[in-house]
Design a protein around this ligand. Structure first.
Ligand code: MLT
Length: 399
């Protein structure tokens, strides 16, 4: 029986669908944290997480773990490097919560422009202040700058255009042609977006290239009174520099993510930026709509089913993209026990390191063809030796 641990809260439709899989034992412990996860992983084969951190310590202790599914887009809360070292697949559910995150980004923009939260606070305090809250720029005709044009960035653009906004965008892979297709102005640098936009919205995955990409220079280049939105990851922004811009009153920000945000659902927070009066902060809720959680849950179930059926695992983030193995052998052989074992024994004897392999069976299951890629060309004597193995029909080299 394969054991799956759900270490965060998932949509009920996902839990039910997993429980209906006969060969799966579902352990639902949504309140685990990075420490309690270590023991809970025991003999677990599949782990599903949202915010719970998966550390190197947890991975080293999890002897049976073969697959981690991040029920969201980002995998920065998982030590992917250590997972790769231990041969554990790490997958995510990209695009499934893009609409939800885009909705929140637009919500923050509207809320800041009209100062909706401040309106509500004062009304709850028994104050009527039409005079103070009657000033807003409005969105029609304003320029929205989008940094990062994956599925979330594109959903934000679609919605902003419905509000009559102009859009300028930057991403690492954006070309002028692609910008024209998206009906946005092309920016060749993030700084160009900062200088031209009235509102900037960031939609970047966290990586070594994007950490602190929104730095002091970027924020200083933004127009006075501009709005800065981040619903991606706190670490893509230099928070100190943003705090300075908010305190001086030059910028407004809507943030759903923070560098020091807790991974637990409830916690006390003391980070400085949360107190800023020019900030509308939310509690990393971008992905948390019923629609998004249901679609993400469906994707979790699809990944689990593929894993259980031995099919290709979708959305794997830690497999080498393009093989660097340029050389290999193609062995046509009889489809019976021990033939491939003998081929591998020869490769071992000659110190040939296998990188990738594929074995396809022909109709009738009497013969098969194995393509075995190596990290160096197979010497002539290896080919000759394999040809002598019982059950081998033919050997050729590739590369
Ligand atoms: C994501 O990476 O898509 C979100 O952080 C998901 C979540 O809030 O759990």
């Amino acid at each position: 029986m394969t054991k799956i641990l759900l270490a965060d809260k998932l949509h009920s439709s996902c839990i039910t669908a997993l429980q209906e899989i006969d060969s799966l034992e579902v352990i639902n412990k949504p309140d685990l944290n990075e420490t309690t996860l270590i023991e809970a992983l025991g003999d677990i084969d599949i782990l599903v997480v949202r915010s719970t951190k998966v550390t190197a310590v947890a991975l080293e202790a999890a002897k049976s773990l073969s697959l981690i599914i991040r029920a969201g887009a980002g995998t920065n809360t998982i030590d992917v490097k250590v997972a790769s070292k231990r041969g554990i697949y790490v997958t995510n559910c990209p695009g499934k919560n893009a609409t939800a995150v885009a909705e929140l980004a637009l919500g923050l923009i509207l809320a800041i422009d009209r100062r909706i939260a401040d309106n509500v606070i004062e009304m709850r305090q028994g104050k009527w202040n039409k005079k103070k809250f009657s000033k807003a720029n409005g969105l029609k005709g304003a320029t929205l700058g989008v940094i990062g044009l994956g599925s979330i960035g594109q959903e934000v653009i679609n919605r902003s255009q419905a509000f009559g906004m102009k859009t300028i965008g930057w991403s690492r892979s954006l070309t002028p042609e692609k910008a024209a297709e998206l009906n946005i102005e092309y920016a060749s640098t993030p700084l160009e977006v900062a200088t031209k936009a009235d509102i900037v919205s960031v939609h970047l995955a966290l990586s070594s290239e994007t950490r602190n990409l929104i730095n002091k220079e970027f924020l200083a280049a933004m127009k006075k009174g501009a709005i800065f939105i981040n619903t991606s990851r706190g670490e893509v922004v230099d928070e100190e520099a943003l705090i300075a811009e908010l305190s001086s009153g030059r910028l407004f920000a809507g943030l759903d993510v923070f560098a020091q945000e807790p991974s637990a659902g409830e916690a006390e927070i003391s980070f400085e930026i949360a107190k800023s009066l020019n900030l509308y902060g939310t509690h990393h809720i971008g992905a948390s709509t019923d629609q998004a959680e249901r679609e993400t849950g469906d994707e979790v179930v699809r990944i689990v089913n593929n894993f259980l059926n031995g099919a290709e695992i979708p959305n794997c983030v830690n497999l080498r993209r393009a093989s660097t193995a340029k050389h290999g052998i193609v062995v046509r052989h009889e489809d019976r026990v021990g033939v491939l074992a003998a081929v591998f024994a020869v490769l071992k004897e000659h110190g040939c390191n296998v990188q990738e392999m594929q074995n396809q069976i022909f109709e009738g299951a009497l013969a098969a063809c194995a393509k075995i890629m190596l990290d160096a060309p197979a010497p002539e004597e290896v080919i000759k030796h394999i040809q002598t193995c019982e059950g081998v029909l033919h050997v050729a080299t590739v590369g």
